[in-house]
Design a protein around this ligand. Structure first.
Ligand code: FAD
Length: 434
């Protein structure tokens, strides 16, 4: 069976069997219940940003592409927090100085100084904020504006990632643009196929291969989901408007069997395991940070449960035997910094391309999963989560430097949840084929 994969995962020393066992028995059930919690259920996203690269003429009218809106009363109070902090009223002159002339002059002078101090500190504050934003932006692998006023909460449980029917020219244009324009390609590959043939991959350096394998793994995961949660029948026996969803083995074979994919399908599935290990490693690296996070939604007992569930998940993840070793990347070469810069720019571009996806539900999950992967890359490569610097800073309560935005945490855990789900579903397909 082509999906009966075995052996070591490329670029890693870990075996596929190990991931299968670890994920399906230990990680998947924990993630499944964790992702039902309010903190992870509501993702804030702007689905209306226009495509920056081409005229987006592909607005999908298919019913299954629509996003069900999130009623405001469902959003936990602690997540609303939109009200701007009110400034305290400006202090007037001291009452004892109210009537004397001298006092008035003092007062004016005091006010002028006060005003000057205030403007200077406001200016400084603004400048500091700009620098902070700049520092954050240079660490970020995603082009997502956290303060975007058009972003709205979406209830992920109401809008599961599954088959939508989105395909054809629009979907292909997105994937092609990702692979042909934003992945590193071997110099001798003149193919117009999005994928890189496995025998050509060795022409790329490690970092370039990691980039391609991550994207291909993400693509494989998305396509595995749409096969695992496929529209089997519409209404009739089930009553008007009701549909039955389930696994579609034919669709899975069509997309991944060697006969249909020029021999590459099984490699794409192997790349799914690769991206799984990348995100798993990022979670281990950020574990001390995540363990100290409050997961605030405003409901004390729910937040406590979430905190405990995360601790439990992280303790399992930390005991995983062979992680991906990110320290082998971006070193030993004068080109390393340039390569890292390009790597980041290419990935940021891919997060922008998500605004060109012509199906809202695919766009939602595409954005979430690329942001999750981008957050994982930031954790792995920004240097800020390296244990030495990190522990020292946590000890001195300077947590801010390592601050992950709420959406980064939500997308990281949800994206890993999607990969975990794909690995689990792959096992279902194996059983069905047997
Ligand atoms: P595609 O999946 O469109 O792939 C195009 C080409 O890329 C293939 O012909 C092949 O040459 C190559 N390729 C395929 N897989 C890989 C891989 N893993 N690695 C390397 N190369 C590969 N559809 C849904 O039903 N539900 C969704 O939630 C959904 N989300 C999407 C999210 C995004 C960001 C995008 C761009 C598309 C999404 N789609 C979704 C559409 C789906 O991914 C396919 O594009 C669509 O089903 C058409 O499939 P296809 O067989 O023509 O090949």
């Amino acid at each position: 069976c082509f999906c009966q994969l075995s052996g070591a995962i490329d670029e890693c020393s870990c075996n596929i069997d190990t991931v299968d066992y670890f994920n399906n028995v230990k990680i998947y059930p924990r993630l499944k219940s964790l992702l039902l919690k309010d903190y992870f259920r509501f993702y804030k996203v702007n689905l209306k940003r226009p495509c920056p690269f081409w005229i987006d003429d592909s607005k999908c009218a298919m019913k299954d592409c629509h996003i069900k809106p999130c009623p405001p009363e469902d959003i936990p109070d602690g997540l609303k927090g939109t009200e701007k902090q009110k400034r305290p009223p400006a202090a007037g002159p001291h009452p004892s100085k109210k009537y004397s002339k001298q006092a008035n002059e003092d007062c004016t002078e005091h006010h002028e100084l006060d005003y000057l101090n205030k403007t200077i500190s406001e200016k400084l504050q603004k400048e500091l904020q700009l620098w902070e934003a700049y520092d954050d932006a240079t660490d970020n692998f995603c082009d997502i504006d956290e303060s975007d006023e058009e972003a709205e909460y979406v209830d992920l449980l109401l809008n599961p990632e599954r088959f939508t029917g989105y395909s054809g020219e629009s979907a292909h244009r997105v994937w092609k643009s990702i692979y042909l324009e934003n992945c590193f390609r071997p110099k001798t590959s003149f193919s117009f196929n999005p994928y890189i043939q496995s025998n050509k991959l060795q022409e790329l350096c490690l970092e370039e291969r990691v980039f391609y394998r991550s994207i291909s793994g993400l693509h494989a995961s998305i396509n595995t989901h749409l096969c695992a949660d496929y529209l089997i029948t519409k209404d009739n026996s089930l009553g008007l408007g009701r549909a039955k969803w389930g696994a579609n083995l034919d669709e899975f074979q069509k997309r991944f069997s060697p006969e249909n994919t020029n021999g590459e399908g099984p490699n794409w599935l192997r790349n799914l395991y690769f991206i799984y290990l990348i995100e798993l490693r990022a979670l281990v690296k950020a574990a001390p940070y995540l363990e100290s996070e409050e997961f605030y939604t405003g409901n004390e007992s729910n937040d406590w449960d979430t905190k405990m569930a995360i601790k439990d998940l992280l303790s399992i993840i930390k005991s995983f035997p062979d992680h991906f070793d990110e320290t082998t990347m971006f070193r030993n070469s004068e080109q390393a910094q340039k390569l890292k810069y390009e790597f980041k720019q290419h990935f940021r571009n891919i997060t922008r391309i998500m605004d060109c996806v012509g199906c809202d539900k695919c766009r939602l999950w595409g954005k979430l999963q690329t942001q999750g992967l981008g957050t994982a890359l930031k954790i792995l490569f920004s240097g800020k989560f390296d244990s030495m610097t990190y522990n020292r800073s946590l000890d001195s309560h300077n947590k801010k430097e390592f601050q992950l935005q709420r959406n980064e945490i939500v997308s990281l855990i949800n994206a890993f949840g999607r990969l975990s789900n794909s690995v689990y579903k792959l096992d279902d397909f194996r059983q069905m084929m047997r």
